[in-house]
Write a protein that binds this ligand. Structure first.
Ligand SMILES: [Zn+2]
Length: 267
């Protein structure tokens, strides 16, 4: 299996923008899902020197509508107010709904036009990796090895439920199912995992940037992953329909370049 190094750019989730010297407003436009409508909306703004800041686009396949949302800077634009923006957009064919906000906190604007946060259509929430690290540290301080057991079991539950929902949705072989699940972990920001060995007895994964271990980088004598180790165990148990033991043999917490997990399929 290849281990080519791809340069990846970060994926920013719309949340806030801080530009104290600009006139930033938030916009959210729902329109018919047609290429021309998308183009006409962006062109109308670009032609009036609106500067696009962070934002997103999404599709609602039930309604067949497009949603465009984000922050724009109108300080160099002939659009002076949110009313100007609304008047401009409402005359574009295919535009169905316009929402705007100009509420700022000393140059800081926060997304107040969209809720809930969805990832692949599923309700989600975010945690900073650092915050999660703080939670783990506290758990280990208070409960020691008990914390490791709890985290491992939480991971097993998450991995099992993931495998069950994947097996309902897709008919793929075990390796493809594992690769698909790991690709989704990367898309959701957990880690970048690569399957480097896959037989009926052993599975090896090399895992970079794992959220669970990063907060402990170079600070521990032993491997620290319990949640993700449990996640792999739960996932692989379901895929193989056999007992699986997972060991983290390398870990960034103990100074290794990546984390590495070896799963042993029993029986
Ligand atoms: Zn690790």
């Amino acid at each position: 299996m290849s281990s080519e190094v791809k340069k990846l750019n970060p994926k920013e989730v719309l949340c806030l923008e801080y530009l104290p010297n600009a006139k930033v407003i938030e916009w959210s436009v729902k329109a018919k899902n047609l290429p021309k409508v998308f183009n006409n909306i962006l062109n109308a703004l670009a032609e009036r020197d609106v500067r696009f800041l962070s934002g997103f686009q999404s599709i609602d396949w039930n309604e067949n509508t497009l949603l465009l949302g984000g922050f724009i800077d109108i300080s160099a634009s002939e659009i002076r107010t949110v009313e100007d923006l609304r008047n401009l957009l409402k005359n574009i064919e295919g535009v169905l709904e316009i929402n705007t906000s100009e509420q700022t906190f000393d140059g800081l604007i926060i997304d107040t036009l969209h809720f809930p946060l969805q990832v692949a259509g599923e309700r989600s929430f975010t945690f900073r990796v650092e915050t999660f690290g703080g939670i783990l540290k506290r758990l280990y301080d208070k409960f020691g090895t008990g914390a490791a057991v709890i985290l491992y079991e939480m991971g097993v539950a998450a991995g099992e439920s993931k495998a069950k929902s994947m097996m309902k949705k897709h008919r793929l072989d075990k390796l493809k199912m594992l690769k698909l699940t790991m690709a989704e972990r990367a898309a959701k920001g957990w880690c970048i995992a690569e399957v480097t060995e896959f037989t009926s007895k052993n599975v090896t994964l090399v895992v970079k940037e794992l959220f669970e271990c990063l907060p402990f980088k170079d600070k521990q004598e032993n491997a620290v992953s319990q949640f993700f180790r449990g996640y792999l165990a739960g996932l692989l148990r379901q895929l193989f329909n056999k007992d699986v033991a997972v060991t983290e043999v390398e870990c960034v917490a103990k100074g290794d370049a990546t984390c590495k997990f070896i799963a042993e399929v029993k029986g």
